[in-house]
Design a protein around this ligand. Structure first.
Ligand SMILES: [Zn+2]
Length: 307
């Protein structure tokens, strides 16, 4: 999908509705009430009806679009702008492009799309050789947070982010030089710097049979309990360039991208921006298919999450 194909495929709201319906049906409609997956389409009502209990599912029910009245075409346009631009787009710019009157609506919609990106990536764990480190991201403190902080402190705050990168060994066939190629990345905001926070991150995001590389921080002492092997090296300029090469490249890219587009990120939204960054980084070779994947992520039924 590119802008030309987008205009051809989605000229109006009806085309977007039909597409969204198709994406949902491909994934399978699941009844919220009984869990049954067999449904009939009620054409006049634009709803699916469960063949077991007759419970009806609306076009947007259970998806990221549920409870939002915004036309689906605006969602699609937002997804298009977010996936076509390599670095991302600000809510102000998107609002301008959509010709939408309310900034807040556009802002919320973009965060819902980012949330869908995060949920999609959380389905996959990293495995094999995994680099791990932490980084500080500067965020703005909200008014309530400011009240809790001591007077005299600025409105900026450093937030600790766990960063992991899955890589595969690579040998240059011409020179015989050994290196690593990166594959997938994860970035999660941590509540602090404790080993519990780190352990949770490792447990939830990295498969058990992995080899994790990190520096020698005391918060990393238990990592070996969660994975096959934990290799820790003293942090030097050399390890930064080799052992932890990809996490550091990802961290500096993320900081540059986030700062370039969003000048002030509030602490509580940092995770959503990181989710977008990682989602796109993990799909950097998808090219034209990125929009279609994003449509699937937004159309996914999230009832299963709530049990
Ligand atoms: Zn049912």
């Amino acid at each position: 999908m590119n802008i030309i194909k987008f205009i051809e495929s989605f000229p109006d709201e009806a085309s977007c509705r039909f597409h969204f319906k198709g994406v949902r049906e491909k994934q399978g409609i699941i009844c919220k009430k009984c869990g049954c997956e067999k449904h009939y389409w009620l054409k006049a009502k634009w709803q699916w009806q469960c063949s077991e209990c007759r419970f009806r599912t609306g076009l947007r029910s259970g998806t990221m679009m549920e409870n939002y009245k915004l036309p689906i075409r605006k969602w699609y346009l937002a997804m298009a702008f977010m996936s076509f631009s390599k670095k991302g787009i600000s809510a102000t710019e998107l609002q301008r492009q959509l010709g939408h009157s309310r900034y807040e609506t556009v802002w919320v919609m973009m965060h819902k799309i980012r949330e869908a990106m995060g949920k999609r990536d959380s389905l996959y764990g990293l495995s094999g050789m995994v680099e791990f480190d932490e980084a500080y991201f500067e965020t703005e403190t909200s008014e309530t947070e400011k009240q809790h902080l001591k007077r005299g402190r600025g409105s900026q705050r450093q937030q600790n982010v766990a960063v992991a990168a899955e890589s595969v060994p690579l040998e240059n066939l011409n020179t015989g030089e050994k290196g690593k190629q990166c594959r997938y990345f994860k970035m999660k905001v941590l509540d602090g710097h404790s080993s519990d926070e780190v352990n949770n991150f490792i447990g939830q995001n990295i498969e058990e049979e992995s080899i994790v590389f990190s520096d020698k921080s005391t918060s990393y002492f238990d990592i070996a309990d969660y994975v096959e092997v934990h290799v820790s090296e003293k942090s030097t300029p050399e390890t930064t360039k080799t052992t932890l090469q990809w996490v550091h490249i990802a961290i500096s890219n993320a900081k540059r991208t986030l700062l370039g587009i969003y000048h002030k990120i509030k602490g509580k939204y940092l995770q959503l921006y990181l989710d977008e960054f990682c989602y796109k980084l993990n799909r950097r070779y998808f090219g034209d298919r990125l929009f279609d994947r994003l449509a699937i992520a937004v159309a996914t039924n999230y009832w299963q999450d709530n049990g």
